[in-house]
Design a protein around this ligand. Sequence first.
Ligand code: VG1
Ligand code: CO
Length: 541
Amino acid sequence: TTVKHVATTPFDGQKPGTSGLRKKVRVFQQPHYLENFVQAIFDSIGDVAGKTLVVGGDGRFHNRSAIQTILKMAAAAGFAKVMVGKGGILSTPAASCVIRKYKTFGGIILSASHNPGGPDEDFGIKYNIPAGGPAPEGVTEAIYARTTEINEYRILDVADVDIESVGDRSLGGMAVTVFDPVADYAELMGSLFDFDAIRALFAGGFRMRFDAMHAVTGPYASVILEDILGAPKGTVMNGIPLEDFGHGHPDPNLVHAHDLVEEMFGPDAPDFGAASDGDGDRNMILGRDFYVTPSDSLAVLAANATCAPGYAKGLAGIARSMPTSAAADRVAAALGIKSYETPTGWKFFGTLLDAGLATLCGEESFGTGSDHVREKDGLWAVLLWLNVLAARKQPVADIVREHWAKYGRNVYSRHDYEGIDTAAANGLMDHLRGLSLKGQTLGAYTVAFNDDFAYTDPVDGSVSTKQGIRIVFEDGSRIVFRLSGTGTEGATLRVYIEQYEPDPAKHGADPQDALAELIKIARDVAEIEARTGRSEPTVIT
Ligand code: VG1
Ligand code: CO
């Protein structure tokens, strides 16, 4: 077989965002576009000769074709072996699990996560390092730099290899191992949780619904929840991965997981509901008639983690992204362990997990995880909740309300303004960056400080700046503004609003009411309507 050397020229904008390079499928379908980026990865990660790579994706449109290209380029680059999930399927946390278990030279994950899929929708690619986590900024910067100067890529001139059935094959001398994408992951889950207790819970009539949103977690959830844990068939809904997610938007929130939400808030609702996103790293947790915010979920899981055998010896520390509510910090303080505040994006948790400083991590964006892998992990969070429910034998709502009564409630909401004009969004952020508000009174609140969040990694000392505008008030309430780094069209402004409420008598209030004044302050300070033309957010979580 011959390696083809193909001349190419750089594309603009191949800069990885919060989680890899995400663009419209049509952009990825341009000749050389994917190839340039893959070659830039291979050129940036050191000597790949003789190494093993993991490849898989969330099953969206273009997944299979991209995998064939990557396989032929990996062979040309000198990899000895590529491990591919059967049918090209591999959830993001399962990819991290497999990279770690088989000690590979990292992996390539094809996903645009919660963004819609299909010929006119989104696609994405990212490289995960041998530790199993998303490449840190130093690596993504190097990949990006390489894309700006690339003039050639190398690819094997061979026919496609069969990735639809499990087995060992060869591609021009490189081994291709197609494996069951669920098995290793399911085994890892079994090692962390009390599966017998969860089995007994289901056997006792406990009812659950899991919405896989026609995305990657369908096969994982069916095997683990129904086959292994004995939940009745049909517990998993929308369980067949589809290339366009059944025209859905695989984002597990109250707006997009509507089938599940309707059931959980309807008559005869089950005891527990959960959903995951396109690539399986996010989770939404619901009780009967009850929504658990991701920030609260992290805090509740941290407070109850010792229910699960994998965490029985306690937690080393808890890490959360900056915009995530401080509810988890209160648990850490009560447990006498450290809490860490990182920029948005799972890549910032890697060093803390590797160093053993943090055991649990979470983000307000429906991301929760632990040191078992180096990605956030949707099903893991669901299983930890199930383990807690099996141990405490209480409804979800009671567990959360008791948590608030003990720690106080960090009332929290995120308002997203999607698809706004990019120049207007940048102007808004520049405007905020230019304000000095310290000591000023806004409504009933006095500003303690405002800044643009910068982070120095406590393990490797790397510095990340411009990670979100914070306006923090003297009572600890805060407003945070960020622009999304995962979108593919225009800009998305995210506004995060938080206020601590110690009084249990007020814990039942709707966050939109409790936070109304702060929400108004946020809109006024940022001049949102004047600058973006939007008077209301598109999504509230
Ligand atoms: C969003 C979330 C962030 C998350 C990222 C990747 O990023 O806010 O918390 O880590 O998505 O999640 P942004 O830049 O759009 O705010 V996933 O499930 O898309 O890999
Ligand atoms: Co995701």
